[in-house]
Design a protein around this ligand. Structure first.
Ligand code: 2AM
Ligand code: CA
Ligand code: CA
Ligand code: CA
Length: 262
């Protein structure tokens, strides 16, 4: 076990250095001209910074872990078909619209698996220079400070964070969840949303997400004792997009009761 912790500590320190590099570069580049393009539709934005950061991660991972497979949103990694061996999931800029319009409330995320087993994850709130990092055998840290498990809570007593589009179009029972909670919030970044739940500021976060949107948040949530699952109760397959719910146990159960009534 001592060897395992040494190995995880080295991994953590290595990735934290990459994150410090990315943080400094992104906050400098954000003051210069950012090239914004659209992908699948006019609201689906990508910038030169999203691409540059992903390329940085891909070359850093290749150097550190040459046999690893990398699944990155912007496509500079590999075609990952299974979770065998070392697999990294990368979201270079999460909340690109916030990045472009607010220059705040966007994240950068990495998740690392060995033979399908969650090992370590990192979510950085880039503008705040705040990172939540850790894993199931390592503990969960906020900027290097061990985080404690939150107290359990019910849906009616706290905030839930939801995807704006799903709420607006009343999909997946999101409006029922919002009505049953004390209050609801929409942040426009999966990473920032996960951070709020990890810190105990919200009871739950639910959104339709792609693998790189939720892989890191899922690992950190499970490692701190939060419940993570798909909203329809099917097992999570981290290579597939689905509606993922992360919540305290009590709130998770309350939301699943609502979902069963839909
Ligand atoms: P992105 O900025 O990395 O694309 C915004 O609502 C949140 O949802 C962000 O975390 C954003 O990630 C993600 N997102 C954007 N488009 C999405 C889509 N079509 N499906 C799922 N998540 C999406
Ligand atoms: Ca995107
Ligand atoms: Ca994302
Ligand atoms: Ca992204």
């Amino acid at each position: 076990m001592g060897d395992r912790i040494t190995h995880l500590t080295k991994l953590d320190q290595t990735v934290l250095k990459w994150l410090a590099d990315v943080q400094a570069t992104v906050m400098k580049r954000i003051q210069q001209k950012v090239t914004v393009e659209t992908k699948s539709n006019y609201r689906d934005l990508v910038t030169n910074i999203d691409r540059e950061v992903e390329q940085y991660y891909v070359s850093a991972i290749r150097m550190f872990d040459p046999h690893a497979k990398i699944l990155g949103e912007e496509g500079f990694g590999d075609q990952v078909k299974d979770m065998k061996g070392h697999v990294w999931l990368v979201d270079p800029i999460d909340g690109t619209m916030n990045f472009v319009k607010q220059k705040s409330e966007f994240a950068t995320m990495l998740a690392y698996f060995e033979d399908g087993k969650p090992v370590m994850a990192w979510i950085m709130d880039v503008a705040q220079n705040e990172t939540i990092h850790g894993g199931p055998d390592y503990g969960v840290y906020l900027n290097g400070q061990l985080m404690s498990k939150q107290v359990d809570s019910q849906l009616a007593t706290g905030l839930v964070i939801l995807s704006g589009a799903r709420l607006l179009y009343e999909e997946y029972g999101f409006s029922e969840i919002a009505k049953s909670a004390l209050g609801y919030r929409v942040y426009g970044s999966a990473g920032i949303s996960f951070m709020h739940v990890l810190k105990g500021q919200a009871n739950a976060y639910a959104s339709y997400m792609k693998p790189w949107d939720y892989a890191a948040g899922m690992i950190l949530s499970q490692s701190i004792g939060l419940k993570v699952g798909t909203i329809d109760g099917t097992p999570v397959n981290v290579l597939l997009s689905s509606v993922i719910l992360t919540a305290t146990q009590g709130t998770f159960d309350d939301i699943m009761v609502l979902e069963a009534k839909l």
